[in-house]
Design a binder for this molecule. Structure first.
Ligand SMILES: Cc1cc2nc3c(=O)[nH]c(=O)nc-3n(C[C@H](O)[C@H](O)[C@H](O)COP(=O)(O)O)c2cc1C
Length: 138
Protein backbone atom coordinates (compact mmCIF):
# COMPACT_ATOMS: atom_id res chain seq x y z
CA UNK A 1 0.00 0.00 0.00
CA UNK A 2 1.31 3.41 -1.02
CA UNK A 3 1.02 5.73 2.00
CA UNK A 4 1.83 9.42 2.46
CA UNK A 5 1.77 11.72 5.47
CA UNK A 6 1.13 15.45 5.25
CA UNK A 7 0.67 17.85 8.15
CA UNK A 8 0.08 21.49 8.86
CA UNK A 9 1.18 22.93 12.17
CA UNK A 10 0.57 26.51 13.24
CA UNK A 11 1.21 26.99 16.95
CA UNK A 12 4.64 27.15 18.56
CA UNK A 13 3.84 23.91 20.40
CA UNK A 14 3.90 22.05 17.08
CA UNK A 15 1.32 19.49 18.23
CA UNK A 16 0.43 18.44 14.71
CA UNK A 17 4.04 18.06 13.70
CA UNK A 18 4.58 15.81 16.74
CA UNK A 19 1.63 13.60 15.79
CA UNK A 20 2.85 13.41 12.18
CA UNK A 21 6.42 12.53 13.24
CA UNK A 22 5.09 9.81 15.49
CA UNK A 23 3.17 8.21 12.61
CA UNK A 24 6.24 8.59 10.41
CA UNK A 25 8.37 6.62 12.89
CA UNK A 26 5.79 3.86 13.18
CA UNK A 27 5.34 3.22 9.46
CA UNK A 28 8.66 4.47 8.03
CA UNK A 29 7.06 7.02 5.76
CA UNK A 30 8.39 10.57 5.65
CA UNK A 31 6.09 13.20 7.15
CA UNK A 32 6.13 16.42 5.14
CA UNK A 33 4.19 19.62 5.61
CA UNK A 34 1.32 20.56 3.34
CA UNK A 35 3.52 22.86 1.27
CA UNK A 36 4.85 19.63 -0.26
CA UNK A 37 2.52 18.27 -2.92
CA UNK A 38 2.19 14.53 -3.49
CA UNK A 39 4.56 13.17 -6.15
CA UNK A 40 2.26 10.33 -7.15
CA UNK A 41 -1.13 8.83 -6.43
CA UNK A 42 -1.38 7.37 -2.92
CA UNK A 43 -3.69 4.65 -1.62
CA UNK A 44 -3.85 6.31 1.76
CA UNK A 45 -3.06 9.81 2.95
CA UNK A 46 -2.72 10.57 6.65
CA UNK A 47 -3.79 14.22 6.77
CA UNK A 48 -2.59 15.48 10.13
CA UNK A 49 -4.20 18.76 11.04
CA UNK A 50 -5.71 20.85 13.83
CA UNK A 51 -8.61 23.14 14.47
CA UNK A 52 -8.03 26.89 14.21
CA UNK A 53 -10.92 29.33 14.71
CA UNK A 54 -13.39 26.42 14.41
CA UNK A 55 -12.06 25.36 10.99
CA UNK A 56 -9.04 23.81 9.25
CA UNK A 57 -6.39 26.18 7.97
CA UNK A 58 -6.49 27.64 4.46
CA UNK A 59 -3.11 26.03 3.77
CA UNK A 60 -4.67 22.57 4.28
CA UNK A 61 -7.62 23.39 2.03
CA UNK A 62 -5.27 24.58 -0.70
CA UNK A 63 -3.17 21.41 -0.40
CA UNK A 64 -6.32 19.31 -0.87
CA UNK A 65 -7.36 21.34 -3.91
CA UNK A 66 -3.94 20.92 -5.56
CA UNK A 67 -3.71 17.19 -4.79
CA UNK A 68 -7.31 16.05 -5.14
CA UNK A 69 -6.56 13.68 -8.03
CA UNK A 70 -3.78 11.86 -6.19
CA UNK A 71 -5.63 10.78 -3.03
CA UNK A 72 -7.52 7.47 -3.09
CA UNK A 73 -8.45 7.62 0.60
CA UNK A 74 -7.85 10.33 3.20
CA UNK A 75 -7.53 9.45 6.87
CA UNK A 76 -8.01 12.36 9.25
CA UNK A 77 -5.65 12.68 12.22
CA UNK A 78 -6.32 15.80 14.23
CA UNK A 79 -6.30 17.74 17.47
CA UNK A 80 -8.13 20.66 19.02
CA UNK A 81 -8.16 22.35 22.38
CA UNK A 82 -11.90 21.92 22.80
CA UNK A 83 -12.09 18.24 21.97
CA UNK A 84 -14.03 18.94 18.78
CA UNK A 85 -12.93 17.06 15.67
CA UNK A 86 -11.96 18.61 12.33
CA UNK A 87 -13.54 15.70 10.42
CA UNK A 88 -16.63 17.71 9.51
CA UNK A 89 -14.51 20.56 8.08
CA UNK A 90 -12.22 18.16 6.22
CA UNK A 91 -15.20 16.28 4.77
CA UNK A 92 -16.87 19.50 3.67
CA UNK A 93 -13.83 20.42 1.56
CA UNK A 94 -13.24 16.86 0.33
CA UNK A 95 -16.86 16.30 -0.69
CA UNK A 96 -16.60 19.30 -2.99
CA UNK A 97 -13.30 18.05 -4.43
CA UNK A 98 -14.38 14.41 -4.79
CA UNK A 99 -11.84 13.07 -2.28
CA UNK A 100 -12.91 9.97 -0.35
CA UNK A 101 -12.56 10.38 3.42
CA UNK A 102 -12.47 7.54 5.93
CA UNK A 103 -15.15 7.71 8.64
CA UNK A 104 -12.57 6.25 10.99
CA UNK A 105 -10.43 9.07 12.36
CA UNK A 106 -7.97 9.81 15.15
CA UNK A 107 -8.64 12.80 17.33
CA UNK A 108 -7.04 14.06 20.51
CA UNK A 109 -7.42 16.99 22.83
CA UNK A 110 -4.26 19.10 22.68
CA UNK A 111 -2.58 21.94 24.49
CA UNK A 112 -3.28 25.53 23.60
CA UNK A 113 -1.92 28.54 25.50
CA UNK A 114 -2.55 27.52 29.15
CA UNK A 115 -5.02 24.69 28.71
CA UNK A 116 -4.57 20.91 28.27
CA UNK A 117 -0.94 21.09 29.36
CA UNK A 118 1.08 18.06 28.29
CA UNK A 119 -1.42 16.87 25.69
CA UNK A 120 -0.98 14.94 23.53
CA UNK A 121 0.41 12.71 26.27
CA UNK A 122 1.64 9.11 26.41
CA UNK A 123 -1.89 7.70 26.37
CA UNK A 124 -2.77 9.85 23.36
CA UNK A 125 0.30 8.57 21.49
CA UNK A 126 -0.52 4.96 22.47
CA UNK A 127 -3.99 5.41 21.04
CA UNK A 128 -2.46 6.88 17.89
CA UNK A 129 -0.18 3.86 17.53
CA UNK A 130 -3.16 1.49 17.70
CA UNK A 131 -5.07 3.59 15.21
CA UNK A 132 -2.19 3.67 12.73
CA UNK A 133 -1.73 -0.11 13.05
CA UNK A 134 -5.41 -0.66 12.36
CA UNK A 135 -5.53 1.66 9.35
CA UNK A 136 -2.14 1.01 7.77
CA UNK A 137 -1.82 -2.60 8.81
CA UNK A 138 1.68 -2.18 10.29
C1 LIG B 1 -4.66 30.44 16.13
C2 LIG B 1 -5.27 29.27 16.86
C3 LIG B 1 -6.66 29.09 16.85
C4 LIG B 1 -7.25 28.00 17.51
N1 LIG B 1 -8.60 27.84 17.48
C5 LIG B 1 -9.17 26.75 18.08
C6 LIG B 1 -10.59 26.52 18.02
O1 LIG B 1 -11.35 27.29 17.42
N2 LIG B 1 -11.09 25.43 18.64
C7 LIG B 1 -10.29 24.54 19.33
O2 LIG B 1 -10.80 23.56 19.87
N3 LIG B 1 -8.94 24.72 19.38
C8 LIG B 1 -8.35 25.79 18.77
N4 LIG B 1 -6.99 25.97 18.80
C9 LIG B 1 -6.17 24.96 19.48
C10 LIG B 1 -5.49 24.03 18.48
O3 LIG B 1 -6.41 23.31 17.70
C11 LIG B 1 -4.58 23.04 19.20
O4 LIG B 1 -3.71 23.74 20.07
C12 LIG B 1 -3.76 22.25 18.19
O5 LIG B 1 -3.14 21.16 18.86
C13 LIG B 1 -2.68 23.13 17.54
O6 LIG B 1 -1.85 22.35 16.71
P1 LIG B 1 -0.43 22.92 16.26
O7 LIG B 1 0.41 23.07 17.52
O8 LIG B 1 0.11 21.87 15.36
O9 LIG B 1 -0.67 24.20 15.55
C14 LIG B 1 -6.40 27.06 18.18
C15 LIG B 1 -5.01 27.25 18.17
C16 LIG B 1 -4.44 28.33 17.52
C17 LIG B 1 -2.94 28.48 17.53
Amino acid sequence: MNIAIRYFTKSKKGNTEKLASFISNKINVEALDTNNDLNEEVDLLFLVNAMYAADIDKNVKEFLERNKNKIKLLVNVNSAASGASTLKSVKKVCDKLGIKVSEDEYHTVASWIFINKGRPNEDDFNRLESFVRKVAGN
